[in-house]
Design a binder for this molecule. Structure first.
Ligand SMILES: C[S@@+](CC[C@H](N)C(=O)[O-])C[C@H]1O[C@@H](n2cnc3c(N)ncnc32)[C@H](O)[C@@H]1O
Length: 230
């Protein structure tokens, strides 16, 4: 699956990384440069493997660790455009899987995935998704992210609000025993968010994929074995 151009590009970048280490230049701009190269490696790899976004490697790492896609049949992907998470959900699940993906933005068709255009917080959209699935879901994923304002504190609040809405949706959509994955930002609120998740899930953990840039405040919550609060 990986072509020669990709292998060549990786070698080239690896040699550049080595050179930077040997020279020992770790000025702020060289660190930024290194980060951009690392990002590019994931971009190149996504392209070489036919994925629409480097974001796929985050879900891949999460699933390699927690292994829930294989056993999931009914799935919802929130904030799904351009669609690499949905591609992976479709690839790693069985042929009877039913996957609903929703985004504010348009994105092109993915085999085995029903695409909804709109706001996942809208109750009508939520009802349409559940009507399509025909039953409660095994897995809800949310990589939803707001468009950035450039003001870190505002962006963090918006990201946490989206994650809270995704959590609310998961309580409506999941069957007992189901799983939930969502992107959050480390903003001081994450410990409380995790405590709340533990009211509805037997296990809830943070997970920082290697493919998520280390300088980014982004982190994922992985919650398993959904239970309804009495
Ligand atoms: C980081 S991208 C998702 C990338 C995707 N996981 C992939 O692998 O291709 C975040 C997406 O969240 C979407 N989004 C943000 N708020 C949303 C909302 N309330 N409803 C639906 N989509 C939303 C944005 O439009 C954007 O496309």
């Amino acid at each position: 699956m990986v072509d020669e151009r990709f292998v060549y590009s990786c070698r080239k970048h690896f040699n550049l990384f080595k050179a930077m280490r040997i020279i020992g230049k770790r000025t702020p701009s060289s660190r930024l440069w290194l980060q951009r190269q690392q990002k590019d490696l994931y971009v190149l790899r996504a392209k070489a493997d036919g994925y629409r976004s480097r974001a796929v490697f985050k879900l891949m790492e999460i699933d390699d660790r927690f292994n829930f896609i294989k056993n999931a049949e009914f799935m919802v992907d929130l904030g799904a455009a351009p669609g690499s998470w949905s591609q992976l959900l479709s690839e790693r699940s069985g042929e009877n899987a039913k996957i609903a993906a929703i985004d504010l933005l348009d994105f092109s068709a993915i085999s085995g995935v029903k695409i909804f255009r709109g706001d996942f917080e809208d109750k009508n959209n939520q009802r349409e998704i559940m009507a399509y699935l025909g039953q409660k879901a095994d897995l809800v994923t949310s990589d939803a992210a707001p468009s950035t304002s450039g003001h870190a504190a505002t962006d963090h609040i918006r990201q946490m609000n989206l994650a809270k809405e995704a959590y609310l949706f998961s309580q409506y959509a999941l069957k007992e025993g189901g799983s939930f994955i969502a992107k959050i930002f480390q903003s001081g609120e994450e410990a409380e968010f995790l405590r709340n998740l533990k009211k509805n899930f037997e296990s809830a953990k943070f997970f920082k994929p290697q493919s998520s840039r280390s300088m980014s405040a982004e982190i994922y919550v992985v919650a398993t074995r959904f239970k309804r609060c009495s």
